[in-house]
Design a protein around this ligand. Sequence first.
Ligand code: 7TS
Length: 411
Amino acid sequence: MSQLEPVKLRQDFPILSRKIHGKPLIYFDNAASSQRPKQVVEAMSNYYYQHHANVHRGAHTLSVEATEMYEEARRKVARFINAPAAESVVFTRNTTEAINLIANSYGRKNLRPGDEIIICHAEHHANIVPWHLIAEQTGAVVKAVGLTSERRLDMEQLDDLLSKRSKIVAIAHMSNVLGVVHPIREIADKAHAVGAVMVVDGAQAAPHVPVDVQALAADFYTLSGHKMCGPTGAGALWAKAEILREMPPFLGGGEMIRKVYIDHSSYADIPMRFEAGTPNIAEAIGLGAAVDYLEGIGMPEIFAHDQAMVRYALELLKPLEGIELYGPEGADRGGIIAFNVLGTHPHDVATALDGEGIAVRAGHHCAQPLMRALGVQSTARASFYFYNTEEEVDRFVGALIKTRDFFAAFA
Ligand code: 7TS
C-alpha cells in the first residue's frame, strides 16, 4: 500500500465510526460524495461563530474579515489546481453549475449554427445536457467520441471528429463509472490544433488526481467541493483569465456590476462578474479548508492509495464468477469500480450490501449514454478514498460473494 495512513486519517471523520445495521460502516460511495473531516466542519463553524457577515459589501470589521476569508479560500483553490491567478477562479455551487455557466456565457457568445461541441460517450449528464441546451439555442451540434474495447476514449475517433467546425471539446478528467483518467493534455493539444477550447470536467479527478491546469493545457476546469472533503454548495470554475475576461455574465444582480442605470448596466471585472448575489460564503471557506486538508495528505499520495485500492480489489474480484466488471486496468485507472452481479438488479445488490454496512451506489450514475455503450441498464459502483482500507475491500468482496450466492439461489 501507499505511504498514507488511512486508519489514522479516519479519526478525523466521526461518521466513519458509525455502525450501519449493527456492522461497522464501509463507505464506498465517494464518487457520489466524500465524507468531511472535522477540520472542514470546524473551519465553517468558526466562521459562523466568529466572523460571519456579507462579503465585498461592508466597511465594518466582520465584513472585512469575512471577505478576507472568502478570498483566501479562492487563493487556496487556485493553488490546488496550479492556476496562474486566483482572479480566474469563480465560486459556483458545484460542477453542474460551472459547466452551465460556461455553456451559457462562453457558448452563447461564441457558438454559431453548425459549430460542433465534442464530448465523449462516458460523460456525466452534467457535461452533456448543458451543451444540449445551448446547442438548441445557438444551432450548434453535439457530437461524441466513442470508447475502445478496453473502455478508453478512442483517440483515433477523436481525430476523425475534430475539424474546423469544432469549437468546444468538453471531456471529464476522470470518468465517474469507468474510473479511467483521460489523457487531457493530449486531447487539449488536438482541440487547440483545430481552434477549439478545452473544457475539463474535473468533478471526479480534482478529489483524487493531482491537478495542474497549466500542464493539462485546459481552458476551463470545474470541480465540486463535496466530492473532495468540502461542503455541499461550494464548487469552482477556473478559466484562463483572457477567456474569462471576454465572457458575458451568466446571472445578473448585486455585486456583479460596475454601474447600473435604469436602462442598462456595465459589469464588474472577473471573478465578481460571475458571482451575482450573496455567495455560499461558509461553504467556500469550507472548501478552502478541504484543500488544506488534502494538500496536508498529498494529492500524489491520495492517487497512489486509490490506485493501490483498485488494483487490490480487482485482483480479488476478477476471478469471481457471475461478477461483471467495467473499466480498463492500468496506470490510468482511479479508485472506482462499476460492477454487476449477473442476473441480479444492482439496486438489490446495493440493498444487500447495505445490510452488511457497506455503502455503494447503484443506478445509471447520470451516465445514460455510457450505460447504452456498455449494453446495460445500470450498474452497482464501489468508489474509494484515502480513508478506505484493504480490510474494507476484503469485507466488501466477502459480502458481494454472499450476495451473489443468495440471489443465485432464487434464479
Ligand atoms: N461530472 C462528473 C464526472 C461527476 O461524476 C459528477 C457527479 C458531476 C459532473 C456533477 O457533479 P455535481 O457536484 O455538480 O453534482 N457524479 C456523481 C456520481 O457519480 N454519483 O453521484 C454524483
